[in-house]
Design a binder for this molecule. Structure first.
Ligand code: GYE
Length: 627
């Protein structure tokens, strides 16, 4: 890294050059003579969308509270080539970290990956594929789509309903996810048809023009779902020009400002919108944590989307105003924060590390922790949660044994005003306001990573590949996600088949027993074991040895967790590949609890950052590995 002085001199030179050269669309924050510790580059694909203007405002506002931060903003003028040039220009200025929001993920993801090999990169809001970035901050777009559909279903009658969907930029993952979420949630309503899909590139004018021309031939529309408020506004203009009224319009974004979604809901242009927080403030907060090399930086922050309608907009705006963000209660030594922690079980190495991490972190933060264990039984876990509600804890934290069946008890917690944090596993409930935050891994991605490695590893093999899958607890979030992600990738490969998929419970014993069963059926025809966790993989190692074959050689073994025991086995070649799933969630959990008690809104999901291990990297990692 260049010295700070050098960087400052360079910055001054660049600044002067910029004033002379940079197109007027690029903006710079004001400069003072104070020493610049960190230079942050912010690259936007355009500043036509109000949502992006708000994002920059939030970044600026937050960055301005630090006198040693400088931010350079660029505006790609809605042209990916221009944005690519901007990115290299920012690199030329010697930025320490890049904050980037993209429009065209296909063109720019490789550039982002290249930059990420040199400096940390925070991707904001929309679109980047793969995993080559430091941190992503955005919303759950599939969820936004499905919430919009649920709302549309409420708004429409029961017969012959026609919806026009106005989408953002074609090919963007954000657009695909919003659209898929929307369409999937409409499947149970055969009376609703999406009669038209219009791609309007997130732009108001394009939406207005496209809809205007389609209204020439078809005016029978009941509802419009636009992927952002700008396009929703464009659609409303087209309808107005045509003299059509009564079409309900739902948008997404819900930002402040003249043409922002909040105003559009207030003046009745939109029937409702779903907020898509820009994450600008969070980006600066995390940029500083990254630059200061803080531990435990997550991989993804998913912000909560709120449904805004005429009925709740005032309450929402009040909630957002900073005056409302007061500490929840006074915390003293006599009355510390009190957490009830309903642990799922003692099933293996990962779980023990997780339990210890939570207990230790609570102690370090002076937080009182009531700890109880459900030993893999849902009834018991529900009973424990009820006990915590009765003891009036400040927080309930639990790792749900399975995904479903929690509505009732979580409703009770909500009624008692006790926020719930899901640690390391998610739930599936009808109302996502029943839980406050999820802290853990992306299980689907873990499954994909396992499959991608396998395909790479087997690329020269011409024979069919026979896989045995050892699944974790039936209906648990990690088992469901790891299966789904693995299958998603494997299903594209004609020669790969999962010959047997057996149901375990994440313990070494079930791993061994299930593997013996698979060996009895398929013997040496098995090429690969894909195990949903390390304990079951280590059980499979024992079974394969007992059967007289060599684990890791005759049969490759892929596993998830990366406990020390698994890394050791990988180091000596008994396992083949291990995907990390980090159990050391205690510190992040305590941070979230303290933030909440201080009056901050928590992200909906905090997804931990994780690596993968081969034999070589496992040996090296073991020297310092903590769990
Ligand atoms: O992978 C497994 C444990 O929920 C992420 O549960 C956790 C999983 C972990 O039993 O070993």
């Amino acid at each position: 890294m260049k010295s700070i002085q050098m960087k400052f001199v360079l910055f001054i030179v660049v600044y002067i050059a910029l004033i002379l050269l940079v197109s007027c669309s690029n903006q710079l924050t004001s400069m003072t003579n104070k020493e610049v510790k960190y230079l942050i580059g912010v690259s936007q694909p355009n500043l036509i969308e109000p949502w992006r203007v708000v994002m920059n405002d939030e970044i600026k506002q937050y960055a301005d509270t630090y006198s040693d931060l400088r931010v350079i903003f660029t505006d790609g003028g809605n042209d990916s080539k221009q944005q690519e040039e901007d990115l290299y220009k920012l690199m030329g200025f010697g930025i320490d970290i890049l904050i980037v929001s993209l429009d065209d993920p296909i063109l720019l993801t490789p550039t982002i990956a290249k930059i990420y090999s040199k400096i940390p990169v925070i991707v904001l809001g929309r679109g980047v594929t793969g995993y080559d970035y430091t941190l992503y901050i955005g919303t759950d777009n599939r969820l936004i789509g499905s919430k919009a559909a649920e709302y549309a279903k409420q708004l429409l009658g029961t017969e012959d309903n026609r919806i026009v969907e106005i989408l953002g930029l074609q090919g963007s993952p954000t657009v695909e996810e919003r659209s898929e979420g929307f369409r999937e949630a409409l499947l149970d309503r055969p009376d609703i048809a999406i009669t038209q899909s219009i791609y309007a590139d997130w732009q108001r004018d394009k939406s207005e023009d496209e809809l205007t021309s389609s209204l020439e031939t078809e005016t029978d529309i009941d509802l419009i779902f636009a992927h952002n408020d700008a396009m929703a506004l464009g659609a409303s203009l087209a309808l107005k020009n045509k003299g059509l009224s009564g079409v309900k319009i739902i948008g997404v974004d819900g930002v402040k400002g003249e043409n922002g979604g909040l105003n559009l809901v207030k003046d009745g242009t939109l029937i409702g919108t779903f907020t898509s927080p820009t994450g600008g403030g969070e980006a600066i907060r995390y940029a500083l944590d990254i630059l200061n090399k803080e531990k435990g930086i997550p991989k993804k922050i998913i912000l909560r989307s709120h449904q805004i309608t005429g009925g709740n907009i005032n309450v929402y705006e009040e909630m957002q105003s900073s005056a409302q963000r007061k500490p929840i209660r006074l915390i003293t030594e006599a009355e510390p924060i009190k957490i009830g922690f309903a642990q799922v079980g003692v099933e293996g190495g990962w779980r023990l590390a997780h339990t210890n991490s939570v207990i230790t972190a609570a102690k370090e933060e002076g937080i009182e922790l009531l700890y109880e264990n459900a030993f893999l039984q849902q009834d018991k876990q529900i009973e424990i949660i009820r006990k915590f509600i009765a003891s009036k804890v400040d927080f309930i934290v639990f790792s749900p044994v399975v995904k479903t069946g929690w509505d009732e008890v979580l409703q009770e917690a909500k009624l008692a005003g006790i926020p719930v944090i899901l640690s390391d596993r998610e739930v599936k409930v009808s109302d996502d306001s029943l839980w406050t935050s999820y802290i853990g891994s992306d299980f689907v991605e873990e499954g994909r990573r396992s499959a991608r490695w396998l395909i790479q590893e087997m690329k020269d093999v011409t024979e069919p590949v026979n896989i045995v899958e050892l699944q974790g607890t039936k209906g648990s979030d990690p088992a469901v996600g790891r299966k789904q992600g693995f299958e998603e990738i494997i299903n594209n490969e004609l020669d790969y088949s999962i010959v047997q998929s057996l149901q375990g419970d994440f313990t070494i014993e079930t791993g061994k027993q299930l593997m013996l069963e698979a060996l009895a059926n398929y013997g040496s025809d098995i090429d690969v074991v894909y195990s949903h966790n390390d304990d079951m993989a280590l059980g499979a190692v024992e079974a394969i040895e007992q059967y007289g074959l060599k684990p890791g050689k005759d049969i490759k073994i892929i596993s998830i967790d990366a406990t020390r025991a698994a890394l050791k086995a990988l180091g000596i070649g008994k396992l083949s590949f291990v995907v990390e799933c980090n159990p050391l969630l205690g510190p992040q959990l305590m941070k979230a609890v303290k933030d909440y008690m201080a009056g901050k809104e928590l992200p909906m999901k905090i997804i931990t950052s994780e690596g993968v291990f081969t034999q070589e990297t496992a040996k090296r990692a073991l020297a310092t590995w903590e769990y």
